[in-house]
Design a protein around this ligand. Structure first.
Ligand code: COA
Length: 155
């Protein structure tokens, strides 16, 4: 990381190509959608999707997309917020950018008064489970579309 540290940028015409150019490692592509799909989803879910490019100095190092108050069971009974997508670029992994992304979303949700940060991940040794558990997420026994549901307490 640079001495000034990483930051989040809104996706704009000026950095769109940089965002689209973020690629995870080839063996990780099952674990997360490509940025282009996330940005298309952000377009059709305005107000719910919160996409950001992760930049360190002048280097685009990753992409995240949070979700804000999703109707989890599609019946209006439970609203949840959390991390929808996290893609750290292949050559930038292991440098703390994933942790920065999670902490940034946690900070944004706290500012909005949210008490829990949800995430879902593909189970299995090649997935990010160890990353999330190491950051303090706990499983809650739920699955969603075949993925493990994890939650981080923000209180
Ligand atoms: C999972 C991912 C986001 C981690 O990002 P990263 O920038 O490499 O992670 P960091 O460098 O911030 O690591 C933070 C800590 O988690 C650990 N960690 C990272 N990936 C891990 C993994 N797959 N399993 C176990 N621990 C892991 C690091 O060793 C580090 O631990 P430390 O603080 O004790 O040294 C990144 O590998 C990635 O983009 N993977 C492909 C896409 C993906 O799975 N996204 C999540 C979709 S839900």
């Amino acid at each position: 990381m640079t001495t000034t540290g990483p930051r989040l940028e809104e996706v704009t015409p000026g950095n769109l190509d940089a965002a689209l150019g973020i690629r995870v490692r080839p063996g990780q592509e099952h674990a997360v959608a490509p940025v282009v799909k996330s940005l298309a989803e952000a377009y059709v879910h305005p107000g719910v999707a919160w996409p950001r490019l992760i930049v360190d100095g002048d280097r685009p190092v990753g992409f995240l997309m949070a979700f804000l108050d999703i109707d989890w069971h599609e019946d209006g009974s439970v609203l949840r917020s959390g991390l929808w997508r996290l893609n750290i670029a292949a050559g930038e992994q292991g440098r703390g950018y994933g942790r920065f992304a999670v902490e940034s979303v946690a900070g944004e949700l706290r500012r909005r008064g949210t008490k829990e940060l949800y995430v879902t991940w593909h189970p299995g040794p090649d997935g990010p489970e160890g990353f999330y558990l190491g950051l303090g997420f706990r499983t809650n026994g739920e699955t969603s579309g075949g993925q493990t549901v994890g939650v981080l307490d923000l209180t």
